[in-house]
Design a protein around this ligand. Structure first.
Ligand SMILES: CC(C)(COP(=O)(O)OP(=O)(O)OC[C@H]1O[C@@H](n2cnc3c(N)ncnc32)[C@H](O)[C@@H]1OP(=O)(O)O)[C@@H](O)C(=O)NCCC(=O)NCCS
Length: 128
C-alpha cells in the first residue's frame, strides 16, 4: 500500500474592511447571493449572519483564490465556508473551484478566519 506524503500546494491570505464590505452589500442588489451560498448567509438558528463574519468569509474566498493562483472563471459560490460543531471553520469546494483544485492536485483545505478592529481576515492553505 502506498501513502503519498501531504504537501502544501498553495497558501492565500486576504483582508476586508468590515464597514466598507457591509456598505457594499447593502447598496448592491444581488451581491450577497453572488458571493455566498445560503448556508453562509444564515446562522444555524435561521437569523442572518453578521457583517463581520460575512466579510471574513469573503476574505476566505479571496484567500482561497490566491492559493489556487487566482485563475479567471472561479465562481464565488463554488467555495463554501461551513462550521464544524466545535466552531472550527472549514472549506468545501464544488464546480469551477473543485475543477481547478483537482488540476493542481489539492485534496484538502485549511482555513482560519479573524475579525477585529474593523478588519476581517482569512488564511487558506491548500494541501495535496
Ligand atoms: C488576484 C486577486 C486575488 C487580488 O486580490 P485583491 O483583493 O485585488 O488584492 P490584495 O491586495 O488582496 O492582494 C494583492 C496581492 O495578491 C497577490 N496576487 C496577485 N495575483 C495573484 C495570483 N494569480 N495568485 C496568487 N496571488 C496573487 C499579489 O501578491 C498581490 O500583491 P502584490 O501586488 O504586492 O504582489 C483578485 O484580483 C482576484 O482575482 N480575486 C479572485 C476572485 C475570485 O476568483 N473569486 C472566487 C473565488 S471562490
Amino acid at each position: 500500500m502506498c501513502h503519498a506524503e501531504p504537501v502544501i500546494i498553495g497558501v492565500g491570505i486576504d483582508v476586508a474592511e468590515i464597514e466598507r464590505f457591509g456598505a457594499a452589500l447593502e447598496r448592491t442588489p444581488g451581491m450577497a447571493e453572488r458571493l455566498f451560498v445560503e448556508s453562509e448567509l444564515l446562522l444555524p438558528g435561521g437569523e442572518r449572519r453578521g457583517v463581520a463574519s460575512l466579510a471574513a468569509r469573503f476574505a476566505a474566498k479571496e484567500a482561497l483564490a490566491k492559493a489556487l493562483g487566482a485563475p479567471a472563471g472561479l465562481r464565488w459560490t463554488d467555495a463554501e465556508v461551513y462550521v464544524e460543531a466545535s466552531g472550527q471553520p472549514r472549506v468545501r469546494v464544488t464546480g469551477t473551484v473543485a475543477e481547478r483544485a483537482s488540476v493542481l492536485g489539492v485534496r484538502s483545505w485549511h482555513v482560519s478566519l479573524s475579525h477585529d478592529a474593523g478588519v476581517a481576515s482569512a488564511v487558506v492553505v491548500a494541501e495535496g
